[in-house]
Design a protein around this ligand. Structure first.
Ligand SMILES: [Zn+2]
Length: 219
């Protein structure tokens, strides 16, 4: 392993150990806010190293820093979730949990230095099930007529980049340029986007908030 990756591996371990003890509901909100400050400082350091590595065309190093960036972002999102739960901002707390899950998977995809986040991802899945009620997810069925590669800008059919793979610290994804038609919205169990969900449901003619079960409460 590259020496610089080792150095940041150790730095990351120290920070994660230091703030890890605050990553649960009962710990003081001031410590949780302070943990976000510490994680954000580390993330900014990592992003500037990632940009340097990308400039010098070091693909492996840039991807390793992207991986540190996303694992740190995942933990920032988790702390946001705990804080938002305490402040009773349940819809924001849900979004933060979903962000934490996406960032953790991106971190694993970016580089092997964070290739073993399965336990962390499983923990976030457990939190999803015990902290929140079952959700009603939607998924749209659509025809995409134009999309390009986020790395080179060419049509996805004409370029050699692979969707999901990292190149100099940037993930390749499909940029949707034009949606021809959306022909259905389905209710699904395993959605592509867990933020695409029902906020209320109708009971006895009243709008009921799915998170709190309160009527006409859109907190
Ligand atoms: Zn491409």
């Amino acid at each position: 392993m590259n020496n610089q990756i080792k150095e940041y591996r150790n730095k990351a371990n120290d920070i994660f150990e230091d703030i890890g003890k605050f990553a649960c509901y009962t710990r003081g909100i001031e410590f949780q806010k302070d943990s976000i400050v510490k994680l954000t400082a580390f993330k900014e350091d990592v992003i500037s190293e990632k940009e340097l590595a990308a400039k010098s065309n070091d693909n492996d190093l840039a991807n390793a820093f992207a991986s540190f960036e996303f694992v740190t972002e995942a933990m920032i999102s988790e702390f946001k979730m705990w804080i938002e739960l305490k402040e009773e901002n349940y819809n924001s707390a849900w979004d933060s949990l979903v962000d934490a899950q996406s960032y953790a998977s991106m971190s694993m995809q970016a580089h092997e230095t964070n290739g073993h986040l399965e336990n962390y991802i499983r923990r976030l899945e457990v939190l999803e099930k015990v902290l929140f009620p079952p959700q009603l997810f939607f998924s749209d069925r659509s025809v995409i007529s134009e999309s390009t590669c986020s790395i080179c800008g060419k049509s996805m059919d004409d370029c050699e980049h692979i969707k999901g793979k990292f190149y100099l610290g940037k993930q390749c994804y499909e940029v949707i340029k034009k949606i021809e038609t959306i022909y259905a919205y389905d209710i699904v169990k395993d959605p592509a986007n867990k933020k695409c969900r029902a906020l209320t449901f109708s009971e006895n003619g009243n709008d009921t908030d799915l998170m709190t079960y309160r009527q006409n409460d859109f907190g």
